[in-house]
Design a protein around this ligand. Sequence first.
Ligand code: NAD
Length: 351
Amino acid sequence: MKICILPGDGIGPEIISHAVRVLQALDLKFEMAEAPVGGAGYRALGHPLPESTLKLAKESDAILFGAVGDFSLDTLPRELRPEQAILGLRRELNLFANFRPALVYPELVQASSLKPEVVGGLDILIIRELTGDIYFGQPRGIRTLENGEREGFDTMRYSESEIKRVAHVAFQAAAKRGRRLCSVDKANVLDTMQLWREVVTQVGRDYPDIELSHMYVDNCAMQLLKNPKQFDVIVTGNMFGDILSDEASMLTGSIGMLPSASLNEHRFGLYEPIHGSAPDIAGQDIANPLATILSGAMMLRYTFAEAEAADRIEAAVKRVLAQGLRTADIFEPGTQKVGTKVMGDAVLAAL
Ligand code: NAD
């Protein structure tokens, strides 16, 4: 089990070190190697995704990623900015399926801006197609019309094979959870989405024991606020998934708690917290390391098929929350405020 460790920028190195310690404490054999990425990649080797970092990633079975982003490098040309590293890795490794769980821990139910009875016990998974759709479709651009007015245009596009592969991933993920899959589209207005619905329905015939439903994206945006617990797994395209997965993560109220995975068809995955490099709190020992630790658990579950070890990490995190330990982002009166290191140590002890 070869893991490529990419700490990145800002709080990345602090939080990733705790996730690494947790993985090393399991009775599993990992080979780990670290490389610079993002702003750190640019500073060390002149590129946000240096060739040697990409090579290491390609030779591994999975990537554990911290975060990239460094405001002091925002004046660089776009292709050299830290955030390009993530896009480069997605493209080079064909990471087409993005998994974003949204889970509300009973201890943190107050962190949500929704009522406890709406979000208490929430446990949903959004699977977003990550390499197609209007974000990549050609042609695109800004052109000047004959009357001199400018017009912007993009192309929404999905091939059958792109829809099929993400649908299979979603049905298989649903099979490991509550066996319900909701495919979200806009088939009433968009031809691309009509094809999406047809192909997902077709793929569903291979999974007769998974209950498949379809929902329009506007309705899904409402249902996520009204009754999010009706969902188990949601699968959707790149643009709708971008928006819905952020909406779903905010149901939980705690950005520092949520892991994510981006997978290709060989179960290779990039695992990272959903938050960014948080430069405002970097180096202060106050960042929440739990999203990154839980990303390690997702890696065990989805790339290495070590569900038991993943369960152990998730149980350790739950135990630490039950003990009342909180980093500043999830702190409430009556709980104990701790820093990054104490939180990491507590998870290790619970493990
Ligand atoms: P951010 O997610 O870094 O931070 C948003 C807010 O949440 C900040 O107040 C931050 O302090 C807080 N926060 C984030 N993670 C936290 C944690 N683990 N514990 C406690 N608090 C936490 O988003 P931003 O400020 O918009 O962006 C900062 C940089 O990160 C930018 O350069 C952006 O491009 C980059 N970014 C990178 C990724 C990625 O690497 N995948 C994702 C999003 C943003």
